[in-house]
Each structure stands twice: as structure tokens, then as C-alpha cells.
Design a protein around this ligand. Structure first.
Ligand code: KG4
Ligand code: ZN
Length: 341
């Protein structure tokens, strides 16, 4: 791998509700990382409204890219490649980033690299952990995905398990809405759970019979809803903090249990986490402690690199670029893009 020359990548991310652009040098050196969040806008509706997300991306994307170049003190003429998320995600939202990346690539004659969003989340770990190299295990827990992945090499992934229904972040968001905390649920549940008792309510820890590493969170969500209904019917006041803490503990236990089994079976000595839910301190600490007990090195991105951002897309694009991957002007957004496609 030739790492002599500096490879400067302008990366773009617009798969959900953040319009983001970054400049990343040699995959690990973040020169700028601009994120325009739409969270306040979608909070009004209790979740992401796809049409509104697309329109806001169109409004913001040029501004965010100009800011990313400016913050990095770089001109477009210095950029070696454009990296863009082309899936999975909301189709209209993805299209804005992909169309923008193609336009810049064509107009400025810069090579284009299409990046898988999950590959981006995994690659966020390379940014602050300069020593991290594959192979390692990575648990990707976000609003749209829950994947346990064996990262065999740069760009080479084996999915060991995935969610059969709701993603972990989706469960956080739905439970938060049910207990009246609003959107986005993850950070709100984490905050209020600090005041609650994680053993107050015995919510289930789901096991998937025919998929050793698969996850299922819809049963847990239903158990929380049933508990809330039961309280209402019996006129028992609901302690939001106890529900939040007990729910969070159930998710944490399931994630730790899967992680430990995979570490043992695949005899891995490195374990990383990624995605929005990886910003959760309770989950991070529990996984860190479990890894420490097994003598496994634990890696995690800082919270700002856990949730959607373009720096992680720049990190992933660098290794794809080195591997010779290039996208043409026929690159299209793919809402349900599979990892490894
Ligand atoms: O990775 P991300 O920004 O977007 C997707 O690719 O889905 O993840 C967003 C998800 C949301 O469901 C949000 O509630 C969750 O990550 N999240 C958290 C925390 N911060 C964000 N979940 C639990 N605890 C947090 N602190
Ligand atoms: Zn994401």
C-alpha cells in the first residue's frame, strides 16, 4: 500500500438527516468535518420526514461543502478524490449527495468513490485510533442498522449477525416516544436513565433461535409498550427514568452477550463499536469492561464520529481509493445497499 503521497479526499454524507462534508487526508487525518443537523426540524414531527430531509439537504449541501474546504484551507483543485455515501439510507436524501458528488467530479475532473454508509461508520474507528488495522470485530449500532461484522481487511467484511426487525437506535427512538421523551430518543433515554434503576423492570433479552449472532429488538419495544399500558390500566404512575434505565440495560446486555460470544468463537483480539448508539456511555462502558476482562483491545469513536458525519466517509473512501475502486457518472443512490456489494 503506497502511503507516500498525501491523498486528500472531499467526502459527502446525506443519507438521513445530517448534511455533512469533510476533508480527510490519508484516511485518518481529518482536516475539516462540517455537519449541518436537521434534528431540530424533524423533532417537530417526532421523527425524520424523508421529503423534508431531501429538501433541506438541497438547501445546505453547497454551503456545507464550501465550509469543509474552507476549514481545511484547501481548494477543490488540491482534492484527489470525492467520496460519497450512495447507500443505504433514504433514497431522496442520498440522491442529493450523489448528484452533488457527481457534478463536482465531472466539473473538476476528480475521481469519484462510492461509499457504503456502514463501511463509513466502521471506518470512523480509524480516525482516532491510528494503530487500528483489520482484522477486528465491529458492532455497528445505529438508527437504521444493527450489524455484528468481522472486518477481515480494508473493504472486506463478513456479516456475522444483523437485526431481524428493529435496529437498536430505532428501538431507542420508539421507546423514547412511548414514554414521552420525543426525538431523537437515544440521547434522551441515556440522560434520564442516569436517574433510574436499571433493575426496576425485568424487560426481555431476546434470543434469535436460528441465528446465533442475529438480534431482535421489536419484542423488547413491545414489552415496554405492554408495561406502559399495564400501568395506565391499573392507574400506576410510570417512572420514566426506571423504564429508560431498564430498557437501556436490556439492550446493553444483549449487545455484550453477542460481543463476548463472537470474541470467543472467532478468537479476535480487537473489538470496535460504531454508529449513533455507540455514543451511549452505558453501552460503551459495558462493552469496554467485557473486552477488558477477555484481554481484548476495545476501540470506539468519540460521540461526534459515532453519529452520521462525513469524516467517516472520507476514511472509508481512502481505503476504497487505494484499492482502485472508482465510480462512474452512472453512480446511483441505492436505498437498501448491502454491505460488500
Ligand atoms: O448513526 P446514526 O447517526 O444514523 C444512522 O445511520 O441511523 O444513528 C442515529 C441513531 C438514532 O436512533 C439515535 O437515537 C441513536 O443513534 N443515538 C443514541 C445515542 N445517540 C444517538 N442511542 C443511544 N444513546 C445515545 N447517546
Ligand atoms: Zn449512520
Amino acid at each position: 500500500m503506497n502511503e507516500q503521497k498525501e491523498i486528500k479526499i472531499l467526502s459527502i454524507e446525506s443519507s438521513c438527516d445530517e448534511t455533512a462534508a469533510a476533508v480527510v487526508v490519508n484516511g485518518r487525518d481529518v482536516r475539516s468535518n462540517v455537519i449541518s443537523s436537521q434534528i431540530a426540524l424533524h423533532t417537530l414531527y417526532g421523527g425524520v420526514v424523508p421529503e423534508i430531509a431531501s429538501r433541506k439537504h438541497i438547501e445546505k449541501i453547497n454551503q456545507v461543502i464550501a465550509q469543509a474546504l474552507d476549514d481545511a484551507d484547501m481548494k477543490l483543485s488540491e482534492i484527489d478524490a470525492i467520496g460519497v455515501t450512495y447507500g443505504p439510507g433514504l433514497i431522496g436524501a442520498l440522491l442529493v449527495g450523489v448528484a452533488e458528488a457527481k457534478a463536482i467530479s465531472y466539473a473538476a475532473d476528480i475521481p469519484l468513490v462510492g461509499v457504503h454508509h456502514i463501511e463509513g461508520h466502521i471506518s470512523a474507528n480509524y480516525i482516532e485510533n491510528k494503530d487500528l488495522e483489520p482484522p477486528f470485530l465491529c458492532l455497528v449500532v445505529s438508527g437504521g442498522h444493527t450489524h455484528l461484522v468481522r472486518v477481515c481487511d480494508y473493504g472486506k467484511y463478513e456479516i456475522l449477525g444483523r437485526t431481524r426487525d428493529d435496529a437498536a437506535g430505532e428501538a431507542f427512538d420508539k421507546v423514547a416516544r412511548a414514554i414521552g421523551l420525543g426525538y431523537p430518543g437515544g440521547p434522551k433515554i441515556e440522560k434520564i436513565a442516569k436517574e433510574g434503576n436499571p433493575d426496576a423492570i425485568a424487560f426481555p433479552r431476546a434470543k434469535v433461535a436460528d441465528g446465533a449472532y442475529d438480534f431482535s429488538f421489536s419484542g423488547l419495544k413491545s414489552a415496554v409498550l405492554n408495561y406502559l399500558n399495564g400501568c395506565r390500566m391499573k392507574n400506576i404512575p410510570v417512572c420514566q427514568a426506571d423504564v429508560a434505565a431498564s430498557f437501556q440495560q436490556s439492550v446493553t446486555d444483549v449487545l455484550v452477550e453477542h460481543a463476548l460470544r463472537a470474541i470467543e468463537e472467532f478468537r479476535m483480539d480487537k473489538f470496535a463499536i460504531a454508529g449513533g448508539v455507540a455514543a451511549n456511555g452505558t453501552i460503551r462502558n459495558a462493552l469496554q469492561e467485557a473486552c477488558q476482562k477477555k484481554g481484548v483491545r476495545f476501540y470506539h469513536p468519540s460521540p461526534i464520529l459515532c453519529t452520521d458525519n462525513a469524516a467517516m466517509i472520507g476514511a472509508a473512501a481512502y481505503y476504497d481509493f487505494l484499492a482502485g475502486k472508482r465510480a462512474g457518472l452512472d453512480l446511483n443512490a441505492v436505498a437498501n445497499l448491502k454491505l460488500g456489494e
